[in-house]
Write a protein that binds this ligand. Sequence first.
Ligand code: F0G
Length: 415
Amino acid sequence: MTDLSLGGSAPAEADDGAWLACVECGATLAPFDGVVYRCPDCDGLLEARYADYPTFDDFSGEGVWRYAESLPFESGVSIQEGNTPLYEAPKIEAEAGVADLRVKHEGMNPTGSFKDRGMTVGVRVADELGVGRLACASTGNTSAALAAYGARADTPVLVLLPAGKVAAGKVAQAALHGARICEVDGNFDDCLDVVAELADRGEAYLLNSLNPFRLEGQKTIAFEMLEQSVAAHGEWPDRIVLPVGNAGNTAALYKAFRELVAAGEMEAGEMPTLTGVQAAGAAPMVEAVEAGADHVERWDDVETRATAIRIGNPVNAPKALPGIYDTGGTAVAVSDDQITDAQRMLAEDGIGVEPASAASVAGLLELRERGEVGPDERVVCLTTGHLLKDPDAAAEAGGDTTAVPADADGVLDAL
Ligand code: F0G
C-alpha cells in the first residue's frame, strides 16, 4: 500500500530536519549517510521528507533556489535554472475552448528542458555524498542537463542513450559539455536497467528520476506555476496537462501539492487536476489509469516520433498514479500526428517546443473533444523541452524552403 502522507515528527535518521522515506513500507533512512536509490527493505521508491513544509511567504529570490526552504540545501550547482515563462496562448485557448489556457514553457531552462531543475539539486547532493562519477540513462534531455551540470561541478559524466533514437540537439549538448556517451543497442528502459546496475555496483551516482532528490528540484515547477497563475489572474489553475515518460514530473507536481497541503497553504480538494499524456505507441500509464490500476505493466516495444517519451516502463508510476487519482485527473494517449499538429499550433502562438512537449496540448484537445475537460476550466499545459532539441522533427513539421537566385526580382518571382 503506497504511503504518501507527509507530516509527523522527524525520525532519528533525520539530518537537519530532512530524511528519506520508502513510499511502500514507510521505512525511514538517513538522507546523506550513503548512496541509496530504493528502499533496502522492500525495494520501494524513496521520497524526501522534511520536519517542516514552507508557505509561499517563506520563498524569496528567483528560479529553483527561490524555493530553497522546500529543498534539502540552501543553494546548489546553478546555471540559473527555473523562472520559466507562463505564456498566454490565445490561438490554442480558442481552439480548445477553455476559460483560460497558459503554457508553462520549461524549454526556456538553461539546457532547454525541465531536467535542469532536477540537476541543480541532484548534483548538489552528489557533491555532498562525494561521488566520483555521475550517470544517467536518457532519451536525451536528461543527458544534456547532466552533462552541463556535471561539467559545472567538475565531475565526470557517463550517459547511456538508446542508439539512433535520440534527437540531434540533445546528443550535441551532451557531447559538447564533455559527457562520455555510450549508445546502447536497446531502448531507454534497457539503458536504465544497465545504468541502475552500474550504480548498484558503486560505479556511478545515478541521476535519473528514480533519484528522489531530482524530483525535489522538479517540484519547483509547481510552486512557480502556482505563483505565476496568481500573479496573472488571481487564481490557481484547475488542471495541469503534462507529457508523461517516466512520470517523474507527475510525481513531483503531486509532491509539491501535498507539501502545500501539509503547510496549510492548500486544501486537499484544491489540488489542480493532474492530467498525463502519452504517445499512443508508448502508453503504459494510460493503460494503467484506464484500468484503475495501482501499478503499470511494462511495454517492451515502444515507438513514437516524440522520442523523449519513448518509454515503456515509467519508474515513478507508484508515486504518480496516486497523484492522478487523488486530484481527480486522468491520462490520455495521442497519436504522433496529433502531436505534430499540436506542435504546429504552439508554433503559431510563437512557442517553439519539441514533439514530447506538444503532447500536452494534443492531450488537452483530445480530452476537450471527448468532453472530459470542461469549457469553464483554467488549464496550464506543461511544455517540457525546446524546439531546437529536435531540429529534424521541427523541420519536418514546418514549411518547405524555396531555392531562389541571388537577386531581389528572383526572390519576388518565387513568392
Ligand atoms: N518531456 C520531455 C521533453 C522529456 O525529455 C521527458 C523525459 C518527458 C517529457 C517525460 O518526463 O519522465 O518526468 O514523465 N525525458 C527523460 C530523458 C526520460 O532521458 O531526457 P517524465
